[in-house]
Design a protein around this ligand. Structure first.
Ligand code: URA
Length: 198
C-alpha cells in the first residue's frame, strides 16, 4: 500500500488538467496519516494556493476552532479538498477537473482509512456521495457509502457570510463527536440503506 508521501510525489508536478498551468502551489492536504476524520473542502483559494496548504484562511481558522470545541486538535485530523489546485479567480471547479482530481482524493482516503469523511458544503458532499443532494438535507447525519462513512457539514466559509449557519454547524460538530465516541450502530446502517447509498 502506498503512503501519503509517495502519493504526493506522484502528483506534485501534476499537469493532468489546465489548472496545473495556473496554480502557484499544489495543495495536497495536511494532517495525520492515522486520522480518524478526514475533512474535504472544495478547492484551494488564494491563500491556500500561495501556501500550498488547505484551509489556511478565515474558514480554516473557524474549522480549527470548531474542532477544538469538540476536543480535537487540527493536527489529529486530515484536511484536503476535492481539487488540489486553485481554479483561477476561485471559479467553480469544472466537471473534467473533478473527474481527474477526485481519484487523488479517493486514494488519500484509501491510505488513511478514516472512521469518517466529513464533506464541507454542497460541492464536496455531492462529489463524494455521487448525488445531487442539498447539504441542508443531509448535513449532520452519517451515511455509509461502499467504502466509508460520509458525514456532511456546512462549509465554514458559508458560515462566515451567513452567521445563522454557525449554530447548526456547531450542533453538527457535537453530533460528529458523538459519532466518533460510539461504535458504528445498526440504526446508522439502516439509515444509510434508506438513503439508498449502497
Ligand atoms: N475553502 C475550501 O473549500 N478549501 C480550502 O482549502 C479553503 C477554503
Amino acid at each position: 500500500m502506498m503512503k501519503l508521501n509517495e502519493l504526493y510525489k506522484k502528483i506534485e508536478d501534476c499537469q493532468q488538467c489546465s489548472l496545473g498551468k495556473t496554480r502557484t502551489k499544489l495543495v495536497f492536504g495536511t494532517g495525520s496519516e492515522e486520522a480518524e476524520v478526514v475533512f474535504v473542502g472544495e478547492a484551494p483559494g488564494y491563500y491556500e494556493d500561495q501556501k500550498g496548504e488547505p484551509f489556511v484562511g478565515e474558514a480554516g481558522k473557524l474549522l480549527t476552532e470548531l474542532l477544538e470545541k469538540i476536543g480535537i486538535k487540527r493536527s489529529e485530523v486530515y484536511i484536503a479538498n476535492v481539487l488540489k489546485c486553485r481554479p483561477p479567480g476561485n471559479r467553480d471547479p469544472a466537471p473534467e477537473e473533478v473527474e481527474i482530481c477526485k481519484e487523488h482524493l479517493l486514494q488519500q482516503i484509501e491510505v488513511i482509512k478514516p472512521k469518517v469523511v466529513c464533506t464541507l458544503g454542497n460541492f464536496a458532499t455531492q462529489v463524494i456521495l455521487g448525488k445531487k443532494v442539498p447539504i441542508s438535507r443531509v448535513r449532520g447525519t452519517p451515511t455509509l457509502t461502499k467504502e466509508f462513512f460520509v458525514f456532511p457539514l456546512y462549509h465554514p466559509a458559508a458560515v462566515l457570510h451567513q452567521r445563522w449557519m454557525l449554530e447548526p454547524l456547531e450542533e453538527d460538530f457535537q453530533k460528529l463527536r458523538e459519532f466518533l465516541n460510539s461504535p458504528i450502530s445498526v440504526p446508522q446502517l439502516q439509515k444509510a440503506e434508506q438513503l439508498d447509498l449502497f
